[in-house]
Design a protein around this ligand. Structure first.
Ligand code: AMP
Length: 503
């Protein structure tokens, strides 16, 4: 039997862990000895790829061949990376190269044969397409994906394993590219998620972008050229801005040395300036956290701890804001970059315990992060289509739900079912995750049709439709997500992944 690991496939960094013989989850260092690996891929001219720190460092010298932040593109069918060697790569294929590197490094570190199985974490707020894309990336990398686990839930598992304390926890997870906030209770090894919400486009990268813009402006005021004008100078500026941001988590000010067009300048940034530039970003996270706490009706008095997860929670402004709002200091357990991977390692051992070890005794009850519904005609007779939610968000998974809808015309023989994911009534603000054209017998208008939805444990969706007049099944389908790769695409990608040397 192969080895099962937990993987945090992050926007900016990834990490891999395993439940050790001691019964504690442990991070597996990569071949460079680092505990986290930058989620950056460098496509080299000879067809081989570099992943990690060396790839990240190459961004300034080969910006067109280096790709990062690909997690933000998961589930986006229109996004491809054009490598200089003429090949195009989907977000799944690029993620699979990162996974391959993590897998090979883990095999090297463990020296126990092949890593075959993995639990991979995703932001709680990921929709069906993004979850499927993540699972597909695992498959392409030759991994059997045991489970797609929510990142805040994974972090809570790691916290619970370390602290051995029961209580109600709010997990505040601000990573490189995404933000999630989750409320859960831990009681006698049962992790019961109550509610979750998130912004999948808010993370450390946005803080970097603000600083890049500001530093560039200062440089231009002092006679320098626009550093965002070329890919090379922009990549260099990005690296320096991120380093400055990290320094500002420790120091009250820092200097950035920039050169371009024969001009060299030292730009000073203070923490206060940085916080002014980015305060509105933090406010977005704050507002979502407050509304989640209100939604659950618990109030701050009902929450025992606010747990900080994700590298971006190292910014002092985060803990300060949480203390102001919640009235208590935020909690750090271990390394905020590693907590999610550690929790995934615990879950992996639950799914597939290693030979001779016992299965951890924990129970995880998670919830759906987004509502699931269908497009129906509005009741106002306007002929407008609106979103009708069948399974509301924050329903325990695996979840089932059903709704009865009526046909809209006499003798209609076709029924178009459009499945949505999202919580808004307005279809413009939800995602259509699949549709199916069904044939029905010609009934008078108003014939009842029942739609049944199921969310599996990975929060992937399947649908069944019943004709209630004839009491028969009209059809059932998994969401054939147009945003995802086809089976054939995946097979081709697997072959390519297999053939690609990753260093
Ligand atoms: P994660 O995806 O959880 O590893 O978070 C990565 C993000 O955390 C990146 O945007 C990093 O720039 C950011 N980060 C890491 N360390 C620090 C730090 N010391 N101060 C501020 N941001 C940090």
């Amino acid at each position: 039997m192969g080895v099962a690991v937990g993987i945090d496939l992050g926007t900016t960094y990834s990490a891999i862990s395993i439940l050790g013989e001691s019964g504690r989850a442990e991070i597996l260092a990569n071949r460079e000895g680092e505990r986290i690996t930058p989620s950056v891929v460098y496509f080299q001219d000879d067809g081989s790829v570099l992943v990690g720190t060396l790839a990240k460092r190459s961004a300034a010298v080969a910006p067109l061949d280096v790709v990062g932040f690909v997690k933000r593109q998961m589930g986006n069918p229109d996004w491809r990376f054009d490598a200089a060697n003429g090949r195009q790569f989907s977000p799944e294929e690029i993620s699979a190269l990162i996974l391959k590197r993590l897998k090979e490094d883990a095999e090297l570190t463990l020296g126990q044969g092949a890593v075959t199985d993995a639990v991979i974490t995703v932001p709680a707020y990921f929709d069906d397409a993004k979850r499927r894309a993540t699972k597909d990336a695992g498959r392409i990398a030759g991994l059997n994906v045991l489970r797609v686990l929510n990142e805040p839930t994974a972090a809570a598992l790691a916290y619970g394993a370390e602290s051995r304390r029961d209580g109600t926890i709010l997990v505040f997870d601000l990573g490189g590219g995404t933000f999630d906030v989750t409320l859960l209770t831990v009681m006698n090894d049962v992790y019961d998620v109550k509610a979750t919400d998130g912004l999948h486009e808010l993370g450390g990268k946005d803080w970097d972008d603000r600083l890049i813009e500001w530093i560039n402006l200062q440089f231009r005021h002092e006679g320098g050229p626009d550093l965002t004008a070329t890919f090379e100078s922009e990549a260099d500026l990005r690296e320096k801005a991120e380093a400055a941001k990290r320094t500002l988590s420790q120091a009250s000010s820092t200097k950035v040395i920039l050169s371009g067009g024969g001009v060299t300048r030292s730009i000073t940034v203070s923490r206060e300036q940085f916080e002014d530039l980015t305060g509105d970003l933090l406010n977005q996270a704050r507002d979502l956290m407050i509304s989640l706490v209100e939604e659950t009706g618990l109030g701050w008095a009902g929450i025992d701890h606010v747990l900080l997860v994700g590298g971006s929670t190292r910014m002092p402004m985060v803990a300060r804001m949480i203390e102001e709002i919640s009235g208590r200091p935020a909690l750090r357990v271990g390394n905020p970059d590693e907590l999610v991977a550690l929790g995934a390692g615990i879950q992996a051992a639950m799914e597939a315990p290693a030979a001779g070890t016992s299965r951890p005794r924990v129970i995880v009850q998670d919830v759906t992060s987004q509502g699931l519904g269908v497009a129906v005609l509005a009741h106002d007779g306007s002929g407008r289509l609106v979103n009708s939610i069948v399974v509301p968000r924050n329903t325990k998974i695996p979840a089932k739900g059903s709704g009865v809808f009526a046909t809209s015309a006499d003798g209609q023989t076709e029924l178009l079912v459009q499945v949505t994911q999202g919580d808004d009534e307005d279809l413009a603000f939800v995602r259509e995750i699949g549709d199916q054209l069904l044939t029905i017998p010609p009934y008078p208008k108003g014939a009842p049709i029942r739609v049944e939805f199921a969310y599996d444990i990975d929060q992937m969706v399947s649908i069944a439709l019943y004709d209630l007049t004839a009491d028969s099944l009209l059809g059932s389908f998994e969401v054939d997500n147009t945003a995802n790769l086809s089976d054939e695409d995946i097979r081709t990608a697997m072959d390519n992944n297999n053939d690609t040397e990753v260093a």
